[in-house]
Design a protein around this ligand. Sequence first.
Ligand SMILES: Nc1ncnc2c1ncn2[C@@H]1O[C@H](COP(=O)(O)OP(=O)(O)OP(=O)(O)O)[C@@H](O)[C@H]1O
Length: 465
Amino acid sequence: MAAEPAPESIDAVWRGALDFLTEDGSLSAQARSFLRLVKPLAVVEDNVFLAVAEDFTKNYVETTLRGPVTEALSEVIGRDVRIAVTVDASVTPPAPAEDGAAAEDVPRPPMRRPEPAPAPVVEDPHLNPRYTFDTFVIGPSNRFAHAAALAVAESPGKTYNPLFIYGGSGLGKTHLLHAIGHYTRHLKPQTRVRYVNSEEFTNDFINSIRDDRSLSFKRTYREVDVLLIDDIQFLQGKEQTLEEFFHTFNALHNAGKHVVITSDVSPRYLDGIEERMRTRFEWGLMTDVQPPDLETRVAILRKKAAADAVQAPSDVLEYIASNITSNIRELEGALIRVTAFAALNRQPVDLSLAQVVLKDLISDDDSEITAAAIIGKTAEYFDISLEELTGTSRSRVFVTARQIAMYLCRQLTDLSLPKIGEHFGGKDHTTVMYAVKKVEDQIAQRRQMYNQVNEIHARIKQSRA
Ligand SMILES: Nc1ncnc2c1ncn2[C@@H]1O[C@H](COP(=O)(O)OP(=O)(O)OP(=O)(O)O)[C@@H](O)[C@H]1O
């Protein structure tokens, strides 16, 4: 077995891989630009860990660059390795080419689709070309948000202004924002669209103060026809930035320009934003996106497999879709994991392979999870007794714990509603049904609920390992 490069030699390994790729000469300018956004972290056994600042770059590296980068690293290290890419916002990409830097030096989302598409999406460096209405799967969980987004794209400044889309992580809010941007410009190429994540908005604002560039900041955000602002919850608590955002919002709205906002919680949970924006929200439309149902999840996976040109039989897609239910990013991640593993090991994608690869992500025998285990872990998490959890007290923490435990029983066991009720001191099935619905709703609205459920779920799984 070849000697493991010393941990400090990761930079040398990465440089060697870059040299290999440059000499090879097969990478496009765009791919080379993306490579410059990658920070090598470590080689551990047969894995090379890489970090990038954004999901978008991660997707690009994991899809377009995975093959050549893996090959180059394997060549330099002297044995077959695989790559694992993580997102770390502190990995800072080079500054944008605001002051005329050469376009090729600025790694950005691809300007062009790799394959010429029959109906080309208007190019915009801030918009992810994969996030269009064409690639968005519509289902009961997102139909209304999709329809509103489409209406905005068709007549910006007119209907639903502002449009506010909220819902849990990985449910397609960013996708819809980008889709609005693409389609607006597709219909009217001269429309000035600006997509920004609220963290970038904050950084831009702080830098503009530091560098005395307030005017340029205002121009960037106020001289647009459509402002798409993502993850507004990050503005909470940032008083000055919030103030600037309200000014920007008012200036745009007064000028008949459109603002679309997303958030991972319902506006009523946005401290410091809700009160200031309440009347403005009344002018527009608020809509949520919910976790998709099974049919929609399978359709999303099918579309993703087709877009990435990977072969995955129906039973594999159904297996993934049945087991990953609340986050589409995780759903796609699982598919990528399975197909990437199969490609790396030159194996066909089949159900048994999917079960092995996703073992840690998916419990493949949920029937082993008992209501007692769920109740035990939930009580432990909330630091309350079993009696308190299954009892009748209406104290808030007991009610929350009880409802989450009922929800997890519904999700992770085959028990019927009345049977679940029996485990909670003989509660009526309608109480269980109500609890399940309530937790389902809140998962999509409240980050805290989402995290609590996920954490308890993870602990239940761990306890079985
Ligand atoms: N209805 C859908 N059809 C196809 N793909 C979808 C759909 N909804 C989400 N996705 C995909 O799921 C992934 C996560 O979606 P997205 O980033 O838009 O989620 P989000 O709601 O903005 O999450 P966050 O709050 O964490 O930012 C993306 O790759 C997106 O393309």
